[in-house]
Design a protein around this ligand. Sequence first.
Ligand code: UPG
Length: 603
Amino acid sequence: ACPPLRRNLQLLAPDEVELAKMLLNEGQIHLFEHWPEPGIDDDKKRGFFDQVRRLNSSYPGGLVSYIKNAKKLLADSKAGKNPYDGFTPSVPSGEILNFGDDNFVSLEAAGIKEAHNAAFVLVAGGLGERLGYKGIKVALPRETTTGKCFIQHYIESILVLQEASCKTVDDGCQKKIPFVIMTSDDTNALTIKLLESNSYFGMEPSQVKLLKQEKVACLADNDARLALDPSDKYKIQTKPHGHGDVHSLLYSSGLLEQWKSEGRKWVLFFQDTNGLLFNAIPSALGVSATKGYNVNSLAVPRKAKEAIGGITKLTHVDGRTMVINVEYNQLDPLLRATGYPDGDTNSETGYSPYPGNINQLILELGPYIEELKKTHGAISEFVNPKYTDSTKTSFKSSTRLECMMQDYPKTLPPSTKVGFTVMDTWLAYAPVKNNPEDAAKVPKGNPYHSATSGEMAIYRANSLILRKAGAQIADPVVDTFNGQEVEVWPRVTWSPRWGLTFQSVKEKVHGSCSVSQRSALVIDGRSVFLDGLSLDGTLIVNAVDGAEVKVTGHVENKGWTIRHVDYKDTSEKEEVRIRGFKFNKSEQLEVNYTEPGKHSLSA
Ligand code: UPG
């Protein structure tokens, strides 16, 4: 049927001949029409089939399914079909937690108990185009008093959870919590390098598994003809398929069955840059365990039009209901189409009535495996072509199918217990997604989701947690960095081994402690007790395990001042420029306890 291909048949292995036939059957003859005689570009032709083989094996059901799904979704899109046709949205009800109250503390304890039976999965295949940062996002500093990067914080948090959880069972539990990272071609090599050059930040390398997602083929037109790479006509152009790939990768990796055989119960999914997330993990896991949720998503109050999905109850005309994320670009049109002419707006509370999905999912392993046995991890997909005009017959540039991990519940049977847990934004959510220019344009009152706001949120959360624990923490001042007005709280940070739960913080704050506005307090150590400390300046306390340190008295020094940095100032490093400030470290008191035993730091 395709003479240029037939003339090259001798170059192909038997399985490649089968792949070629499949492509021809699926209307992909254009992929070969330009192929020259054998002898010319033979290596490239073989390379083409290497790529086809990869694309075929990495998609559930292979390229045949991909092309079939693409044709259907492209036809629906052309017809203007609403993916939520027949569904009416309403506000769902979920668990609402109040940080620090008795319920919160007991849920944290319940979560800690469960944690040794959990596995963590970080989706980190995205390049972060909106942030415009050249490196991988997990390598960015979470905050700059210590400069520790996001992934270091995640790993340290998981290790502390592991230890605290094992202590709650009295069988000498030595369970290690597995940590899976989904990468992509854009992030894989840099992620490996970061982990290896830092000895996995203290985690045993065998605990960490990287699963690399493959990109999917681009589509050139409504007939789902695969697009050739504009710079290489022996290559199919590819683009990321989205974070939803995590489910099929986990399924095919065999890890889920392994975890089940180890008696594990929970899989926790999270994203690359939320420095506050682990404040929410223990209590949220506690909710899953005590409520028996098969699916639990974490949510925060959402400002209308904020770029986070809304958790919504959808009721179909046929009676079906589901509680699911409606993505931020779809919530407004859905509401407008279903009797809310103003669309996505704030209610009298100042927030959208739909809680904001922060894409932290806790799935119960058993039911998750049962579901994946049916679906093999395939997730409901969507396509978002940019058409050249209203006839919708051609695209401005090639498109592809995409999928999102939070769409997992869409195929679940109605008997599944799908719930969600709402926490305060200040406690649980501060992602770093937007570059300074875009962040400065965010409507007033909506969060910036920038490197600036991400770091300031850490100081605010820690200050508020210390306040709740009884310390007097000075009020914030308002300042503007890279065009973003933010609250600047005292720069309080601590390592996960100091304070992973509210209970563990409370146990270490005694007497009348106070921290002034211009102060920075940086704590790393398991047993550092603040007992009547009054701080006006910068104090850094590091203590090895086994060292018990009581910090007391008045510490005063010149401290660290905050210096503004313009994002256009190329003399600064990119990670400094995008946050818009750095510390001028004039004077500090730094104490390092390297020996076990009782110590006292009294100024
Ligand atoms: N990611 C991948 N592979 C991809 C694309 C993204 O691993 O192909 C990762 C990425 O690294 C990040 C996460 O997925 O860790 C989310 O990507 P991001 O671009 O930050 O997601 P958003 O489009 O901002 O939205 C997601 C959810 C949305 C939610 C929001 C919360 O889709 O529902 O409200 O995250 O931060």
